[in-house]
Ligand binder design. Structure first.
Ligand SMILES: Cc1cc2nc3c(=O)[nH]c(=O)nc-3n(C[C@H](O)[C@H](O)[C@H](O)COP(=O)(O)OP(=O)(O)OC[C@H]3O[C@@H](n4cnc5c(N)ncnc54)[C@H](O)[C@@H]3O)c2cc1C
Length: 313
């Protein structure tokens, strides 16, 4: 099976989600990676540790739009004879995967959360994570967009040769005017650990206890939608159905009720810890660990205990 993986790069670096997509592809078949932009050679080098046999890089187009990326990826798929094309189901993947699928007349599986089964069926998240779907593609080619953090990243050794690849991709229909980077040390979409809070925190002035715990853990911070709507926290922290969907190893939620729209973005987290004063809060049903208590007491105490444990080790 010949697999092509498109990876997006962030400021010239390869993201964890991209490594996950490459490792996913390598577990399916012989994998070529295609990417664009100014990516450091050392960044591309590491892809061979995740199963990339070849890396095609187009450095000539910076900030390519969806139509240019489609042309780049279709040309790469045709060059390597790919029958499976893989994306991460992020903003770029959502915009480009359907176009590539239409161009190649390939069936599209969106939001995969597992490797294909022996019969080719693929498990996906549907209804905002409330249910699983089992999809089967009947066309000779298929496009799979992968839910971030859905599968284990495996180290697989491969040749990883890097080649320049500059097919004609035309001019962009849309150009990037300005990029405002997310603040904070840990990127939410890439974070293994996330500390999140909701309206139970009462106001933006109280977020110090959330940030302190996140700092101690090396975690990213997140919030519920009303919190970003009111302007207590920036919009890029909003998780859920209408915000970012995340799947960290640990999600700590303080003062969040656990509405279905919030859960849609976080219920793929490996371990969920809920802190809420209301024992009937719906979030407890989705929690691995629940603390019925006041976030203003629990978060600082948790922080102190973790610091003590860190000092001992
Ligand atoms: C179409 C649509 C899309 C939506 N998309 C999203 C989305 O993407 N993400 C999202 O988050 N929401 C979304 N919502 C809103 C969602 O339905 C909820 O209204 C929202 O998640 C509630 O936010 P919250 O839990 O912070 O606030 P609340 O519902 O007000 O809950 C606050 C919680 O804090 C607890 N609490 C209070 N004080 C304390 C304390 N001192 N310590 C501990 N706990 C305390 C309370 O018991 C309560 O459970 C959407 C709604 C709609 C209709």
């Amino acid at each position: 099976m010949s697999v092509l993986v498109y990876i997006d790069t962030l400021g010239g670096t390869v993201t964890k989600n991209s490594l996950g997509a490459v490792s996913y592809g390598a577990q399916i078949g012989s994998t070529t990676v295609v990417t664009n932009g100014r990516v450091d050679a050392s960044e591309l080098e590491q892809l061979k540790n995740y199963g990339a046999e070849k890396v095609l890089v187009n450095r000539s187009v910076e900030g390519a739009d969806a139509s240019q990326l489609t042309k780049l990826i279709v040309a790469a798929a045709e060059q390597v004879g790919a029958d499976t094309i893989i994306f991460t189901n992020d903003l770029t993947g959502k915009a480009v995967a359907p176009r590539v699928s239409a161009n190649l007349k390939a069936g599209l599986v969106s939001g995969a959360i597992a490797l294909p089964e022996a019969d080719g069926s693929i498990k996906t998240n549907v209804f905002s994570g409330k249910a699983f779907g089992i999809m089967k593609v009947h066309s000779p080619k298929r496009v799979i967009s992968l839910t971030p953090n859905a599968t284990e990243i495996k180290e697989i050794s491969a040749a990883g040769s890097v080649e320049e690849f500059s097919p004609e991709v035309g001019t962009p229909g849309v150009t990037v005017k300005e990029v405002k980077k997310q603040e904070g040390d840990v990127l939410l979409t890439e974070a293994e650990l996330v500390v999140s809070a909701g309206r139970g925190l009462k106001g933006p002035e109280n977020w110090g206890i959330v940030e302190d715990l996140a700092k101690t853990l090396g975690a990213a911070t997140a919030c519920s939608r009303p919190v970003s709507d009111i302007g207590w926290r920036p919009h890029h922290e909003h998780v859920g159905q209408t915000g970012i969907a995340i799947r960290p190893n640990l999600y700590i939620a303080a003062g969040i009720s656990g509405a279905i729209q919030h859960l849609a973005g976080v219920n793929g987290s490996k371990v969920i810890v809920v802190i809420n004063t209301d024992p009937e809060a719906p979030f407890f049903k989705a929690a691995d660990y629940g603390v019925v208590g006041d976030a203003f007491d629990v978060l600082p105490k948790l922080n102190e205990e973790i610091k003590k444990l860190q000092a001992q080790s």
